[in-house]
Write a protein that binds this ligand. Structure first.
Ligand SMILES: [Zn+2]
Length: 427
């Protein structure tokens, strides 16, 4: 659930990729002749055509000889670069030379994983002319043998982003509503990650809640390669509207530029494991009565992961007959969170923990009738409802970028609203 926190977004590389792609074109065009023929397909004499035929740049040096035959070698477990080269019929001496010539730049070649493919091209005399490798779907490395030995060029493969829209109203649970709307697990989890600081997806969703999302689907050369980033999402939870828009720094903010990230996650367990999402009058698992008590109970199977809701230091990790296995975490001077009835404790007193870190597993230890996590949130020693407490927030959009961000957010949310109205009208 918590990849959002850890995964710092990669910069968009499209612009930089443009130059590389141009280079790549020079590198990878099958041949000038083939291209020219294709461009003239279907032309008829005596008719005017727009000058859409690309001007072929004069390649001053042969970057990639068209007659190269690529021969692939798939990395098997236990393989070494030497073994791969050997299978491709290239000597260890050439490999040594190649690695020496490339220096640091050749590093990706030494970090191949099983299943990946290395492609070899040989010159007419059978010597190694080039080597090709894709560290990811969007990147290709080409090693060339030139007058000055081997050199490496990296090509960014341009990714096209196609905007997608989805919306739904929740009738059974969020996961099903997402699947029904055609969303992939990544996007469903992404929405819960982005809004998981404000909404307790485990306990506070209600029938009739709704969401709408704009997200990217990524294509390379017209082929769908997967879902991209969520660009904007709105969520109505118990009548309250939450909105999040992605900024160019990869983080999500409200349309006003305030960070969605907060010092505490709303739920210390992933909503997907929670059995009683829609019971607004949860019975206390011990007394069997509806009664306010100092904590929030998450009914889940024994072994369900429990996460630290915020950065902090473990105050206690122990066992008592009432609490069972329990962990208390202190967050700065003001805040304490408590996690009770665990089957397993995975942290020790004094240990620093970060938000989203696995600290234990749900259990049924102590005074309980069934497995659940009892979670408490204390401010200045007093039990509080984390939903209504004002919590420290992460940095907002920098002042210099705020006006541009707000305009962008408005545009996205307007588009999202329009789409939503169209969908509603179609129903
Ligand atoms: Zn409880």
């Amino acid at each position: 659930m918590l990849h959002l926190i850890k995964a710092l977004p990669k910069r968009h590389k499209i612009l930089a990729g443009g130059v590389a792609a141009l280079l790549g074109l020079l590198l990878f065009l099958p041949s000038e002749d083939a291209e020219a023929t294709r461009a003239h397909d279907g032309l008829q004499v005596g008719q005017r055509y727009p000058l859409a035929v690309a001007v072929q740049p004069q390649a001053s040096q042969p970057l990639a000889a068209p007659e190269w035959q690529w021969q692939g070698q798939t990395v098997k477990s236990g393989d070494s670069l030497a073994k791969l080269f050997d299978r491709a019929g290239v000597s260890a001496r050439v490999l040594h030379e190649l690695l020496q010539d490339l220096g640091k730049a050749g590093r990706p070649l030494t970090e191949l994983r099983p299943g990946e493919k290395l492609e070899f091209a040989k010159a007419e005399d059978g010597s190694l002319a080039a080597l090709r490798y894709s560290p990811s779907r969007t990147e290709q490395l080409l090693v060339n043998k030139g007058d000055k030995g081997f050199s490496l060029e990296s090509r960014e493969i341009p990714v096209e982003h196609h905007e997608q829209f989805a919306t739904n109203t929740i009738s059974s649970n969020f996961w099903n509503a997402g699947v029904d709307a055609g969303l992939s697990p990544n996007i469903i989890d992404g929405i819960a990650d982005i809004l998981g600081y404000d909404i307790d997806f485990a306990l506070e969703l209600r029938r009739g809640d709704s969401f709408a999302v704009l997200y990217d689907q990524d294509y390379i050369d017209g082929d769908f390669i997967g879902d991209g980033k969520i660009q904007a999402v709105t969520f109505v939870n118990q009548g309250q509207l939450f909105q999040a828009v992605r900024h160019s720094d990869g983080n999500y903010y409200t349309p006003q530029g305030k960070s969605l990230r907060k010092a505490f996650l709303r739920s210390p367990v992933n909503y997907k494991y929670i059995s009683s999402s829609f019971n607004p009058h949860r019975l206390h698992p011990v007394t069997g009565k509806v009664r306010p008590h100092n904590g929030i109970d998450y009914a889940a199977k024994v072994g369900t992961p429990v996460y630290a809701s915020g950065d902090g230091r473990v105050m206690k990790s122990a066992y008592s007959s009432l609490n069972g296995n329990y962990v208390f975490i202190k967050h700065g001077e003001k805040f304490v969170t408590k996690y009770l009835h665990l089957s397993k404790r995975l942290v020790k007193a004094g240990q620093a923990v970060h938000q989203g870190q696995l600290i234990g597993k749900v259990g049924a230890t102590g005074r309980v009738t069934g497995p659940h996590l009892h979670y408490e949130f204390l401010v200045g020693g007093v039990h509080r409802n984390p939903r209504t407490v004002k919590l420290p927030e992460a940095q907002p959009v920098p002042a210099a970028e705020l006006a541009a961000f707000k305009a962008h957010a408005q545009e996205l949310l307007a588009r999202l609203g329009t789409q939503q109205r169209i969908m509603v009208a179609m129903k």
